[in-house]
Design a protein around this ligand. Structure first.
Ligand code: ZN
Length: 298
């Protein structure tokens, strides 16, 4: 099953990724239009969506897609979760406890937007697997963790490195939370749709030049481990996101470093999920980011 947000309304997406069914209309009002509502009632929703007779899908316009979980309470992000990326960043890898930060929820946006580059910044790309939480998870063992995952999506942990490194120790959360710096999409795919949800290829390119490629089997802390570690500390709530970390190939790890420039088009993909495309624009030109049209981004 694939679930998306279209013009702020939760929808089911067909297998080809080209058609959509509005959940509120197809369920006769049993489920509302708010995406957050289906995560709150995830088990009931998944049972309905898996068995209900659905109307024919309507043509999907990619530009209408928002984040599959746009109105959410918590965003967890994991740093240095691939060995080669930890090395290119100049940090030792940790096998006991991953560095955890947040991307403030206002930076979450959809899969096809323009993103404004902060003036004077060094803005970098980080393609990541993103987990969307279904049922609330607290003290969940890794062996049970997939039951708490509504689905998997693609994400970009867009990062302004100057602000990130401006304080000691580095302030990851602030530098990664400018408007539009948390794109997620194009939809979520439920774990049962994958041959192996623990091994997916992910990557990204700028203007057609591939810069990152990795496989989630290389995660130091995989999805089950992350849910065990995080849920030991804080409840994971329906609709919460976990950005699981990026593989090697980011701009700060290059010699010389490379940063996103106005006009660059960043294309990000994950095997079995789909593709996102973002265009970066100069500050002040009014990009169609998370801050420009709250109604559309809901
Ligand atoms: Zn990251």
């Amino acid at each position: 099953m694939r679930i998306a947000t279209i013009h702020g309304r939760v929808a089911l997406i067909d297998g080809a990724g080209s058609g959509a069914v509005d959940v509120e209309m197809a369920s006769g009002g049993r489920f509302g239009s708010e995406p957050a509502g289906v995560y709150e009632r995830w088990t009931e929703f998944a049972a309905w969506a898996g068995s209900a007779p659905l109307p024919l899908p309507e043509a999907l316009e990619p530009e209408s897609l928002g984040s599959p979980s746009p109105n959410l309470r918590q965003v967890f992000a994991i740093g240095l979760n691939y060995s080669a990326h930890a090395a290119e960043s100049g940090f030792a890898r940790s096998d006991t406890s991953p560095p955890v930060f947040t991307k403030y929820p206002s930076c979450i946006t959809g899969p096809y937007t323009d993103i404004e580059l902060p003036s004077g910044g060094h803005t970098d790309w980080e393609v990541e697997l993103v987990v969307v939480i279904g049922p609330a998870a607290r003290h969940v063992a890794a062996a049970d963790a997939w039951r708490y995952v509504a689905g998997l999506s693609a994400g970009q942990d867009v990062s302004e490195r100057r602000l990130q490194m401006a304080a000691t120790p580095p302030q990851f959360s602030l530098g990664k939370s400018y408007p539009g710096f948390g794109p997620v999409g194009p939809w979520l795919v439920t774990p049962d749709e994958f041959d192996d949800p623990n091994d997916l290829e992910l990557g990204c390119s700028i203007n057609g030049e591939q810069l990152q490629v990795g496989h989630t089997r290389e995660l130091i802390f995989g999805v089950p481990d992350l849910i065990e570690q995080l849920s030991r500390v804080t409840p994971l709530l329906p609709g919460d996101l976990i950005f699981t970390g990026t593989p090697q190939g980011v701009g700060i790890g290059r010699n010389p470093p490379r940063w996103l420039a106005p006009g660059d088009v960043l294309t990000s993909y994950i095997e079995g999920i789909g593709e996102m495309r973002h265009r970066f624009v100069a500050s002040g030109l009014g990009g169609r980011g998370a801050n420009s049209d709250p109604e559309e981004e809901r």
